[in-house]
Design a protein around this ligand. Structure first.
Ligand SMILES: NC(=O)c1ccc[n+]([C@@H]2O[C@H](COP(=O)([O-])OP(=O)(O)OC[C@H]3O[C@@H](n4cnc5c(N)ncnc54)[C@H](O)[C@@H]3O)[C@@H](O)[C@H]2O)c1
Length: 449
């Protein structure tokens, strides 16, 4: 079976290389010539553990190719997957479907034998139907059900663990009204039958909604535990024990119960906004999700003011060392990261910042792809290591729980901070224990300082 994937970003590249690993012939098509040139030279444009070797194995086996030319790839394929971006539309928060529509128009031109057009992108309910209409408009001679079908097959991978998530998913969702298309997609995921992956077969509408509902529920769970952390800070409770106490209840589950500075990333912020808009468009409301969005936005600024207030109270100098700026560890993705709200607020309030992130460091070749877009980051000093960042700082803040921050030499950090006042250590990921941090004024999330 031959597959074309349109869009070689996180989802396209990971799905493409995993399908090639399953034994299918995959062509990844992207408009970005620089990206395709790099991939053809074996350079991976994103940081994702294990992706480089998977891509090079696929290329070596001649099952994975990269091109900017859609025509030959689509003509030869049984399945064409759309994996382009669906960012937040400016002004109203709805999912911007410009890239999806454009990709559909381009694909339609080259469909010849029966082809299943699949949306892997996260798209609002009703988009599969729209895609079928676009194809028929561009090529009126194509008959739905005979020349093509459309299916929704949302992707649930997490950046940083994307390959494992793709190869060992909790479930695969296939949304189509066509038995023929469903059979083609079942074949595609047959390699996962061995590990007994549940397949949820449903309509395109339900499938499209499942993706948004899943992300919105996870955002809600994170926001819930963050609110419980706020309550613990006021009452003397401890959020980690609370999370354990509720998470051991199988009806609740322990995952996504880690209090922190608020969720970020390329999916939760845009997908919660889009879900809220979808509900409004259909004359209903997702008011729980509206509140999650508001609370999470406020929380990021609240974190900045927590730092500012603590610095004032402790009387330490206004140099702040930030450890970690990506929205989570093991990715170079900065999209909607809490750091991008917290850093400008700290700068606005007169703080001087030195920042260290394992993937964004001074003099490195690897400055993540979002680096150039983030103006506030131009005003910070990028340090070469955690120890370089903390030199002469009055306050250290852990924003992202990269593994290398888990066993820092606290004695050395205290010395490098070089201050007569007791320095501040703000652990927004609860990596450390208060009993081990006696040389600092230590703050955790969800515990009285
Ligand atoms: N990033 C994630 O972890 C993740 C997880 C699950 C689902 N998703 C969803 O998957 C979709 C893609 O997300 P992403 O993070 O991979 O996006 P991305 O921005 O990393 O990549 C999209 C790619 O599509 C290319 N593109 C756009 N229009 C094109 C066209 N007409 N022809 C060829 N290439 C085109 C762009 O050049 C870009 O390389 C989104 O809807 C997203 O919500 C993302």
């Amino acid at each position: 079976m031959k597959i074309t994937i349109v869009g070689a970003g996180y989802v396209g590249l990971v799905s493409g290389s995993c399908f090639a690993e399953f034994g299918f012939e995959v062509t990844c098509v992207d408009k970005d010539t620089a990206k395709i040139d790099a991939l053809n030279q074996g350079i991976i444009p994103i940081y994702e553990p294990g992706l480089d070797s998977l891509v090079s194995q696929g290329i070596k086996a001649k099952r994975l190719t990269f091109t900017t030319q859609l025509s030959d790839a689509v003509k030869a394929s049984d399945v064409v997957m759309i994996a382009v971006g669906t960012p937040t539309r400016r002004g109203d928060g709805y999912a911007d479907l410009t890239y999806v529509y454009k990709a559909t128009e381009e694909i339609a031109e080259f469909i010849n034998d029966y082809t299943v057009v699949v949306t892997k992108s996260t798209v609002p309910v009703g988009t599969s139907r729209e895609i079928a209409e676009i194809i028929k408009k561009i090529r009126p001679e194509l008959i739905e059900g005979v020349s093509f079908n459309v299916a929704s097959n949302p992707e649930f991978l997490r950046e940083g663990a994307a390959i494992n998530d793709f190869m060992r998913p909790d479930r695969v969702v296939i949304g189509t009204n066509s038995t023929k298309a469903s059979e083609v997609l079942q074949k595609l995921y047959r390699p996962l039958y061995l590990i007994e992956t549940p397949i949820v077969s449903t309509t395109p509408e339900t499938s499209e909604l499942i993706k948004y509902a899943a992300n919105a529920f996870l955002a809600l769970k994170i926001s819930f535990i963050n609110q419980m952390a706020d309550l613990c800070e006021k009452t003397g409770g401890d959020i980690q024990t609370l999370a354990k106490g509720i998470g051991l209840d199988k009806r609740i589950g322990g995952k996504f119960l880690h209090a922190g500075p608020g969720y970020g990333g390329s999916c939760f912020p845009k997908d919660t906004l889009a879900l809220s808009q979808i509900a409004e468009q259909h004359g209903t409301k997702c008011s729980l999700i509206d509140e999650v969005i508001r609370y999470n936005d406020d929380r990021k600024l609240l974190m900045a003011h927590k730092i500012i207030d603590a610095i004032k109270t402790a009387g330490v100098n206004k140099k702040v060392a930030i450890l970690g700026i990506t929205f989570k560890p093991n990715t170079d993705d900065l999209r909607e990261a809490p750091s991008l709200a917290i850093i400008p607020e700290l700068l606005k309030n007169g703080m001087t910042l030195s920042v260290y992130d394992p993937l964004y460091y001074c003099g490195s070749e690897r400055l993540g792809h979002a680096f150039n877009c983030e103006r506030s980051l131009e005003q910070v000093r990028f340090a070469k290591s955690s120890y370089d960042a903390v030199a002469d700082a009055g306050c250290v803040v852990i924003l992202t729980e990269w593994n290398e921050f888990r066993a820092l030499d606290m004695k050395k950090i205290r010395e490098l901070m070089n201050t007569s006042a007791i320095p501040l250590f703000m652990d927004f990921r609860n990596i450390y224990q208060a009993k081990d941090m006696t040389e600092f004024k230590y703050h955790r999330i969800g515990q009285k300082a």
